[in-house]
Design a binder for this molecule. Structure first.
Ligand code: T1G
Length: 697
């Protein structure tokens, strides 16, 4: 038996149950055992009139111990522990601070009252792990908040602050200062008022509006895009309208058991840990980061402005450099617009934006950056321009300052070579809009030293990004995989699918948007200009799909021009355009291609196989070091559904022989430069997975 992680202390006639399981007081078996014992002890002790449940350290219980999932039941179970707490005939007050999440909030709901520190938060994030609250959360929460609010909270998995918790009836009091003292005072008030001890499970469910519940479940289903847990969670909450507490609990348990064993939950748990592991790069444990107080940014265009906002939002001082007063003014306007938009969406108040805007200075000329500890370059994608700029920055910045480029495909080794400090040069590839998108690729060039990599990774963490380390190659991890898929998507169009078929299959897979809707949103003209630049050096034998060029020749550059692959004249969603259909068909005739029929599943299999195959090449070339690095790029930069874990994780679940078969089928259908990755072949044929490969390394 492991040590017991909940102890009982006495304050006159009040017992304190203290949970102490760092770092986040997760409900391991030892904590559950401790809670059970504490309740039994308090029940038997006649000198104790009531109890306060409080946690040591930075937070109240943050939930079940996710590492125990899938290890089979370890007694006592959490529902049993909470049921035991509810049988106590003496009141228990939960004293919440930090983040009372999941099973932690469920334990608090098993108490008779809840007081919360003003800075505390509560939430039931289980759906984000592919499960539903499994210890009464779906049955007790609606008894405090009403069904509608409970569906909202549980299906979103979002946390709410203390004041909201009070308004929703989850907390009974918001307190400041010494939490334990405040909870004891609250309990004493209740004891002297002689209030009856009523467990939450015995309270009635408020007003029930079945039509409204039906509407909510339909909305949740649509938003979940194939993810099961939010839908099941809503259904379980809705059960409180028709089932007794005991029956509702039994249903909740059954759904929980089913989901915890599902692939979706495995994938989401993997994503939870991978998201945290991704910035802990093996080999960099001893590296020391440079302290970054001031960040410089060269270029106040769309990317530069978004990057500046990302830093300012995290409380950092930013100095931007532009080439002229006019360009600086335009940059300032862009930043103002980003903040105005945030205010309009209700994300920030005017005061908050004013404070953030003041952290950003825009100057003319590079000299203003002299005091920066790290500079991010975000100018036009032209190698000579960047080389020249880096040489000049090298002369201006203090020795040891880090120089990062936001390039998405240029050779960072060549850029670094233009300076006298290639060891302090790296890539910091942001995704647009840079203040919103969570992904940041930190690119290590041949001479980049550990200190520089660590500095960029730490900085990324400070501004709330998920940073993934990549090596230098065309497109790094994300754009390289995306480009491989984009090519296959165009081949599919030539071979018989329509853009809307592909987009529908991709969104049914769980992506927020299909590739053709994405192209239209980001604009077709830049890629067209790039194709024209590369036309002379293109391999004439390689398969080339001319349709995107034809579309651009019509002045259809996507949403911004009202038309692209789709028609936007209706104003709203992308509408399939008959003239594009005709163009595609004429093009097939011209090339003598007999169109085939592709089902949504064919399209999805090809997409996944393409991504996994390219991911395997990227791993073999050591551009990405771990399968989880590839997965996190695809999740946070490209909208790969989190409940699938990412292409590499999903490939392991599907089985690599199946993926290899899909790849070979595509090659047989006219691979056009597409060949099975040697690493994929090796693993599939030796019965290994990417996870095995990562472990063997
Ligand atoms: N189980 C195991 N380990 C956990 C954990 C958990 N629930 N939560 C955090 N950790 C580890 C984490 O991996 C990291 O480890 C360290 O703690 C610090 O975390 C029955 C079944 C609480 C808001 O989903 O949201 O209850 O990397 O870096 O930024 O219905 O952690 O240092 O080795 O994230 O201050 C529901 C998950 C579970 C909460 C703190 N609960 N945790 O954030 O630190 S399901 C959750 C968080 C459940 C019941 C069901 C955050 C945090 P390492 P951190 P942080």
């Amino acid at each position: 038996m492991s040590e017991i992680l909940a102890r009982v202390e006495h304050r006159d006639d009040i017992a304190l149950i203290v949970v102490d399981n760092p770092p986040v007081n997760a409900l391991s078996q030892a904590v559950r055992e401790g809670l059970n014992r504490a309740v039994v002890e308090i029940a038997a002790d006649e000198s104790v009139k009531g109890a306060v449940l409080v946690c040591a350290g930075r937070t109240f219980i943050a939930g079940a111990d996710i590492k125990e999932f899938g290890k089979g039941p370890l007694e006592p179970s959490l529902p049993d522990t909470i049921a035991t707490m509810e049988t106590l005939q003496k009141p228990i007050v939960a004293a919440l601070h930090g983040t009372a999440l999941g099973g932690g909030l469920e334990v608090a709901l098993g108490c008779h009252y809840r007081v919360i520190d003003r800075g505390g938060q509560v939430g039931l994030p289980e759906v984000t792990l592919g499960i539903i609250p499994g210890a009464g959360g779906t049955q007790r929460l609606p008894r405090l908040t009403g069904i509608e609010q409970a569906i909202e909270l549980i299906t979103s998995g979002k946390r709410i602050g203390a004041e909201k918790a009070l308004a929703f009836g989850i907390a009974d009091k918001v307190v400041d200062g010494d939490l334990t003292a405040a909870a004891i005072a609250f309990l004493k008030e209740k004891l002297s008022a002689g209030e009856a001890v009523v467990p939450v499970s015995a309270r009635p469910v408020g007003k029930v509006d079945q039509t409204r519940i039906g509407e909510q479940i339909a909305k949740v289903t649509k938003k979940a895009r194939g993810q099961l847990s939010p839908v099941k969670a809503a259904e379980s909450v809705a059960n409180t309208a028709t089932l007794s507490f005991a029956d509702g609990m039994a249903r909740e348990r059954a759904i929980f058991e089913e989901l915890v064993a599902s692939d979706q939950s495995k994938a989401l748990r993997y994503a939870f840990f991978a998201e945290r592991a991704v910035s802990k790069v093996p080999g960099l444990e001893d590296a020391e980061a440079k302290e970054v107080r001031t960040v410089g940014i060269v270029g106040a265009g769309t990317m530069g402005s978004g990057i500046a906002v990302a830093f300012a939002d995290a409380g950092m001082r930013v100095i931007m450099s532009e080439m002229s007063g006019e360009a600086a003014d335009a940059g300032r306007d862009r930043i103002d617009r980003i903040y105005a938009d945030q205010v309009q969406r209700g994300r920030l108040t005017e005061d908050m934006t004013a404070e953030r805007q003041m952290r950003i200075t825009i100057a003319v000329g590079l000299e203003a950056l002299a005091g920066a500890d790290l500079v991010v370059e975000a100018v036009f994608e032209d190698l000579d321009v960047k080389k020249d700029l880096f040489a000049r920055l090298d002369g201006i910045l203090a020795p040891g300052a880090v120089l990062a480029t936001n390039t998405s495909y240029l050779d960072i080794d060549a850029i670094a070579a233009a300076t006298s400090r290639p060891d302090s040069v790296c890539g910091m590839h942001f995704f647009s809009p840079a203040n919103v998108m969570k992904l940041l690729e930190v690119v290590r060039a041949a001479k980049t030293d550990d200190r520089t990599v660590k500095t960029a990774l730490d900085l990324a963490r400070r501004i709330g990004k998920v940073a993934v380390l990549s090596g230098v190659c065309d497109g790094f991890i994300g754009n390289r995989i995306w480009a491989a898929w984009r090519k296959q998507a165009e081949f599919l169009v030539e071979d018989g699918a329509y853009p809307e078929d592909i987009d529908a299959a991709v969104t049914a897979f769980g992506f927020p948007m299909g590739p053709f809707a994405v192209y239209d949103l980001s604009g077709l003209d830049i890629a067209w200009a790039q194709r024209k630049r590369h036309a002379a050096t293109r391999d004439p034998a390689a398969r080339y799909v001319e349709i995107p060029d034809r579309i651009c020749e019509l002045g259809r550059f996507g949403r911004k021009t009202g038309a692209g692959w789709y028609d936007y004249s209706g104003g709203g969603a992308p509408a399939p355009d008959p003239s594009i259909r005709q163009m595609i068909e004429a093009h097939r005739d011209e090339k003598g291609i007999v169109p085939q029929h592709f089902t949504a599943e064919d399209i999805q299999r090809r997409m996944r196989a393409t991504m996994v195959n390219e991911g395997a090449n990227i791993l073999a070339e050591k551009i990405a070091h771990r399968p989880l690095d590839v997965d996190m790029v695809m999740l946070f930069g490209y909208g790969y559904p989190r409940w699938r874990g990412g292409p590499m994780f999903e490939a392991d679940l599907v089985g690599l022989p199946q993926i290899l078969e899909d790849v070979r089928e595509m090659c047989a259908a006219g691979g056009h430069g597409f060949a099975p990755s040697p690493l994929l072949v090796e693993l599939a044929e030796s019965g290994k997975s990417f996870a095995d490969w990562a472990e063997d390394k």
